[in-house]
Design a protein around this ligand. Structure first.
Ligand code: AMP
Length: 143
């Protein structure tokens, strides 16, 4: 497996070199909207610490990350008024990973609605911002 590359796009977002539509940040974690959503309200949750994927992430980083994934999943479900949540996490190109800074996909689901394709087309940024607002409001209501 290759070493962590600090020039991957999510590392650049974490350093503020590239913009994102952020919905959550704490000491260890950042969550922002996926720009190619597989469903309305698709969020990515990642650690601030650099790790390539599940295969190299230190256990303590993973432990705090998965707690944030749960927090975001609850907020996405509430904010998007979803029926369920799908969590995806891909490892290495053969596993479907395209950005090599570990992240969990938190995707709202509705009864009878199938999932869109992975990283297939750019979403509408105005719509993505509206969904981010709903998720931020649900997070504010959690605390
Ligand atoms: P993965 O295949 O799990 O590595 O997925 C990477 C995800 O990152 C895909 O769902 C992309 O749509 C998403 N993505 C790529 N670039 C950006 C970006 N600049 N901001 C937000 N999401 C992105």
């Amino acid at each position: 497996m290759s070493a962590y590359d600090p020039n991957n796009i999510f590392a650049k977002i974490l350093r503020g070199e590239i913009p994102c539509e952020k919905v959550f940040e704490d000491e260890n974690t950042v969550a922002f909207m996926d720009v190619m959503p597989r469903a309305a309200g698709h969020v990515l949750v990642l650690p601030k610490a650099g790790a390539r994927n599940l295969l190299d992430i230190p256990q303590d980083t993973l432990a705090t990350l998965i707690v944030s994934v749960q927090k975001i999943a609850r907020a996405v479900k509430a904010g998007m008024e979803a029926d369920g949540i799908t969590v995806h996490q891909f490892n290495e190109p053969a596993g479907g990973q395209t950005v090599f800074h570990i992240h969990f996909h938190v995707i709202p689901r509705w009864e009878g609605a199938s999932l869109g394709h992975h990283a297939a087309r750019m979403g509408d940024m105005a719509e993505i911002r509206r969904h981010a607002e709903k998720i931020r409001a649900a997070l504010a209501a959690q605390s």
